[in-house]
Write a protein that binds this ligand. Structure first.
Ligand code: WT7
Length: 646
């Protein structure tokens, strides 16, 4: 599929970037006056309480500051400022796993946010700057909690509900959270599942910072109750006033932390700002999704990931849109669930991950044709490269060859999209993220900043700071510098390196080729090899271990573990099951290994470094091109190959 797909002009009216000419004009404006152009958007989009003094402060690079001196509030930007014109417009549509439906208008959302903000302030003494860990299902209260934190200036840190007690504990400790907000549990595929017991376990030892746990009722299952520590959201909320004045926040005050995996060590708490973050969340909703006042938008992500932050809650609400929150899974009760919802809510923009598209393609190839999907205008993908067959099905069967597919490339650290087609403008090449968005200086370069030649793999860098970028790693500024500004330079200055490789073609189209580090992308979620290995090492019989990504039909990549045992006589399927149990306990089910192999040793250099590239090549069935002569024991490579291939 080397065809180019042009936007269908009939689908798009009054788009903010209607054609490539406008795109190039905008890019030129940023080139000519970078700060001035950003300032223009900041003035136009943000409802400032107090205007800023400086657009970009680079004095302490790479700890960049945007819009310093300005004051605003993200909850005001997302909710309160809309009350004048949109109070009866639906802000959020909730659909439960079991088909429950609830909606909140902007006026109702404002009330709920205020009551919740007052609850956190009055009952739990949460103050500006305090950290609140949120361990919640996809229910309205999750969005309300985020906005309530923003309203009073508390910093939320959402932990995805699929993470284990251990993982939750680590994140609570690192952030020194004062309050944990959770739910009894929720529903998934028609059955209740639990969250509160995981919080109980996490808090059992070692979380001295946590004073209170606020529990929302969702599935009404029985839960353990710790008097004095645990509080019922549903009871306490009744008594709260529906009026709450937004805390004036400095532009750079942190809005949230979100933990993500790196190539080494423990997950890092990515810290985002208030003004710069919300500005770009709102602008990309308008540019990339072409969101209009009458649109209903649905992103299937979970609020536990950055996609859920920026493109379920903050971006859509800042743009004054109607956003859908879905508790369930795309395949329950059948593989037509999403299309049924698109028909019912007349969804205009649908945003999901390639892994979900592959699954729906496989399980329900003809399902889309059973529903009226004519409301769709923009189809989005995110999280991993989309393969051409999945792209084709999405385009033809879901989009009826009539929608623009936006393959959005970005990361937890970038806050919002950085490379993406613009639905009304960009001629699309399938499975290609296309061009940098205006304002984002995304470049494919070599370590020294020279442009990588056409058709060759280079480093995916962003060579100027941008408003929604990561500000630091919570509690570890050195790691921030080292992780993102340690690898590539341009004109002698360290620039942001994403960790991804990319390729640029003759026409300037950018294709992301995947991580260059030891991060595995499982179903569009980042897993650090170091974390999985640390979990596996907790098993008594493990001498050494290496995990690598292995191509997987649905997930994109699955996790494959090479295990070296202390006592090789104990190698068995049962041992593999035990290892996965430990992973589930330490990290969560998302990090389970798909396959494992017992090997006598790992390929190591004489200095003891594990040659992961060789291990990656072996699971992919690729010929080994690396020089194995420097290995401590070169014969180990063929030994491992034989084990894996039989
Ligand atoms: C990593 C970021 C951003 C929200 C979801 C994941 C990969 C992301 C694409 C894309 C190819 C992509 C990259 C990136 N990635 N979008 N459109 N094409 N790869 O956020 O967990 O921070 O992961 O996901 O490797 O570095 P994340």
């Amino acid at each position: 599929m080397n065809n180019i797909f042009y936007p269908n002009a009939e689908q798009f009216n009054n788009s903010p970037i209607p054609d490539m000419e406008t795109y190039h004009e905008l890019v030129a404006k940023f080139d000519k006056d970078y700060e001035g152009t950003w300032a223009k958007f900041a003035d136009e989009k943000i409802d400032w309480f107090k205007s800023y003094d400086t657009v970009l402060d680079e004095s302490n690079a790479p700890f960049y500051k945007w819009f310093s001196g300005g004051e605003m509030n993200v909850a005001h930007q997302c909710v309160d400022r809309h009350l004048e014109t949109k109070k009866d417009k639906v802000a959020i549509i909730f659909e439960g796993d079991n088909g429950d439906k609830k909606t909140l208008t902007y006026a109702q959302l404002a009330e709920e946010v205020n009551k919740t903000a007052n609850l956190f302030k009055n009952e739990f003494a949460v103050q500006k700057g305090d950290r609140v860990v949120v361990y919640m299902p996809m229910i309205l209260e999750a969005a309300i909690t985020m906005l309530a934190c923003a309203k009073i200036g508390a910093i939320h840190s959402i932990v995805f509900g699929g993470f284990s007690a251990e993982a939750l504990r680590d994140r609570i400790i690192d952030a020194e959270a004062k309050l944990v907000v959770t739910a009894d549990g929720a529903f998934r595929k028609g059955k209740p599942y639990m969250l509160k017991p995981v919080v109980d376990l996490a808090l059992e030892h070692g979380c001295p910072s946590v004073e209170n746990v606020c529990v929302v009722q969702r599935n009404n299952e029985e839960i353990h109750w710790e008097e004095g520590r645990d509080h019922s959201y549903n009871d306490l909320i009744q008594k709260q006033s529906a009026i709450c004045v937004a805390e004036p926040m400095e532009s750079e005050d942190p809005l949230f932390l979100l933990y993500t995996s790196g190539s080494t060590g423990k997950p890092k708490g990515v810290q985002h700002s208030s003004a710069g973050y919300i500005l770009w969340a709102q602008m990309t909703m308008e540019w990339v999704f072409d969101i209009k006042d009458s649109d209903t938008y649905w992103c299937t992500a979970d609020v536990g990931w950055i996609t859920g932050h920026t493109y379920i809650v903050y971006g859509p609400l800042a743009a004054g849109a109607t956003t859908v929150m879905f508790e369930g899974v795309p395949t329950f009760p059948d593989a037509g669930r999403c299309w049924k919802m698109v028909e019912e809510y007349k969804i205009n923009q649908f945003y999901t991950a390639p892994t979900a598209i592959r699954l729906l393609h496989k399980m329900g190839e003809d399902e889309p044709s059973k529903y009226d999907l004519s409301s769709l205008r923009v189809l989005g993908t995110v999280g991993e490269p989309i393969d051409p067959p999945a792209w084709k099905w999405y385009y033809e069967e879901v989009g009826n060859s009539n929608c623009s597919i936006v393959d959005t490339y970005w990361q937890t650290e970038t806050g919002g999209h950085v490379i993406s087609p613009l639905p009304a403008a960009t001629p699309i090449k399938p499975a290609c993220a296309t061009f940098a968005l205006p304002g984002i200086m995304a470049e494919v370069i070599e370590e020294d900043g020279t442009p990588t030649p056409v058709g060759e793999k280079g480093f995916m860098c962003i060579t100027k700071p941008w408003p929604s970028m990561i500000r630091t790693i919570w509690g570890d500024p050195e790691r921030f510098k080292k992780s993102y500004f340690g690898d590539c330079k341009k004109e002698g200055q360290p620039v942001y390196f994403s960790g991804d490789g990319a390729m640029i073609d003759e026409e300037g189209y950018i294709t992301i080729t995947g991580r260059t580090d030891d991060v595995i992308n499982v179903s569009g979620h980042r897993m650090g090899t170091a974390e999985v290995e640390a979990a596996i090492k907790k098993h008594d019989n493990i001498a050494s271990v290496a995990v690598v990504g292995k191509p997987h039909e649905i997930k994109g990549e699955g996790i494959f573990a090479y295990l070296v045992l202390k006592d090789t006589s104990l190698a068995s399927e049962a041992l593999k099951i035990d290892i996965n149990k430990i992973i589930k306990q330490e990290i969560g089910a998302i990090a389970l290994c798909d396959a494992m192999a017992f090997v006598p040793d790992l390929p190591k250099t004489r200095s003891g470094k594990i040659m992961r590239r060789i291990l990656r090549s072996i699971v992919k069935g690729e010929a080994i091109t690396q020089d194995t002569s420097t290995l401590e024991d070169p014969s180990i490579v063929s030994t491992i190959e034989n084990i894996v291939n039989t």
